[in-house]
Design a protein around this ligand. Structure first.
Ligand code: 13P
Ligand code: SF4
Length: 383
């Protein structure tokens, strides 16, 4: 996405000046402003977040915001789109840097998904209804596609509950899972679906590269997409960590590949990783397979409790797009919001994320189904 260049004064602004200005603007704008921060954001941004969370929690919080007129989303593009879909027309969602995208979300284009669906519909029929489920790390158009076809969204926190809900409604249903093959495979396998009952759809191969006669035996069709950050973690890194420290515990995000998830002691979303490590025994030692900003923050927090935390990888596994949101960008959008409030006719809002109305309606269906299923699952089994 095109981002207009940051005005010169922000490019050269030092951190202390930006921090002072952000504080002033937050106070000035007051309760009509809410800042949301994903766990992978830099510390300098997290300090200003009114709410922090994983992608599930942040979408729940966005949906609950009834007062705030300006929602500044410090995360990536698909998260800001979800917030726009879940909030009312008078609320404005702002992404401080429009180039903060997600490489995984970009791996499934709506035209490719339509083509895949068209093909699969001819292969699968009758009681074996095909249900599309998309990880929220996807475009609004793909969420709308799922919404229109009795499908829904999921996050890394609730993927299992969503699969359970699909199969409870129709035990013979087949799931088309977009766009992260690893989250889909790791979740289905942990629910007892053998690997032979999963197929991998490659959008660049005719027929997805799946033998045409094999669909009757498949329960999950996985889209060939992945996270470029989480694919950096390897089984060798786990072996090395255990060889150096036999008692070490390994926890990884479900976007890691199957072999890494199988080799780890624990697998969970960013929220689960935080909760598990916060509950760790003093004296214990952890290696974590997820984004480096979160790992470093946890390491700092847990050092006081004598819990050792470090990255599973020797190299910094950084979500470079999340990292694009920094103090100058946050300062700039807050300045613009404050000036827009004072003079709406002269100062337009910058970096507003607006999902087209026709897409929004169906995408909201997919997100709302996810939120409803999650609420029902949490009522039975508190997270
Ligand atoms: P969470 O669902 O754990 O927030 O993860 C989102 C994400 O993009 C991780 O790469
Ligand atoms: Fe996307 Fe991976 Fe970054 Fe998450 S960590 S936002 S999946 S690129």
């Amino acid at each position: 996405m095109y981002q207009i260049p940051l005005p010169e004064k922000y490019e050269t602004m030092d951190s202390d000046a930006a921090i002072r200005q952000i504080r002033t603007r937050k106070e000035q704008i007051g309760s009509t402003l809410v800042i949301l921060g994903h766990h992978y954001q830099r510390d300098e941004i997290i300090q200003f977040a009114d709410f922090t969370g994983d992608s599930l929690k942040l979408s729940q919080i966005a949906a609950q915001q009834k007062e705030a007129e300006y929602i500044v989303f410090c995360g990536v593009h698909f998260m800001a789109e979800s917030a726009d879909i879940l909030t009312s027309a008078k609320q404005k969602v702002i992404l401080p840097d429009l180039t903060a995208g997600c490489s995984m979300a970009d791996m499934a284009e709506i035209d490719q998904v339509e083509e895949c669906w068209h093909y699969l519909e001819k292969q699968i029929s009758g009681p074996n209804q095909l249900i599309p489920v998309t990880y929220v790390n996807s475009s609004a158009a793909i969420k709308a596609f799922c919404g229109r076809r009795s499908g829904m969204c999921c996050t890394s926190s609730n993927c299992r509950a969503i699969f359970e809900a699909v199969w409870q409604a129709n035990p013979q249903a087949k799931i088309l899972f977009l766009p992260d093959e690893h989250l889909g495979r790791n979740t289905a396998y942990r629910m007892g679906i053998p690997l032979e009952q999963m197929a991998l759809w490659d959008p660049f191969e005719p027929g997805g590269g799946i033998p045409a006669g094999s669909f009757s035996r498949k329960r999950v069709i996985l889209w060939k997409g992945y996270c470029s950050v989480h694919q950096e973690f390897t089984v060798e890194q786990i072996q090395k960590a255990r060889a150096a420290e036999p008692q070490v515990k390994v926890i990884v995000h479900p976007e890691c590949c199957f072999e890494v998830a199988q080799a780890a002691d624990f697998v969970g979303s960013t929220d689960t990783i935080i909760k598990t490590i916060r509950a760790a025994e003093p004296g214990s030692s952890w290696v974590v397979g997820t984004e480096i900003n979160l790992v470093n923050r946890l390491a700092g927090e847990m050092a006081a409790k004598n819990v050792k935390v470090r990255s599973l990888s020797g190299t910094a596994c950084l979500c470079e797009t999340m990292y694009r949101i920094n103090l100058p960008h946050l300062c700039w959008v807050l300045d613009q919001i404050a000036e827009h409030i004072e003079n709406p006719a002269q100062v337009p809002l910058v970096n507003r994320i607006v999902v087209e109305e026709t897409i929004k309606k169906d995408a909201r269906l997919a997100l709302q189904r996810m939120l409803d299923i999650t609420a029902a699952a949490q009522a039975v089994k508190p997270a």
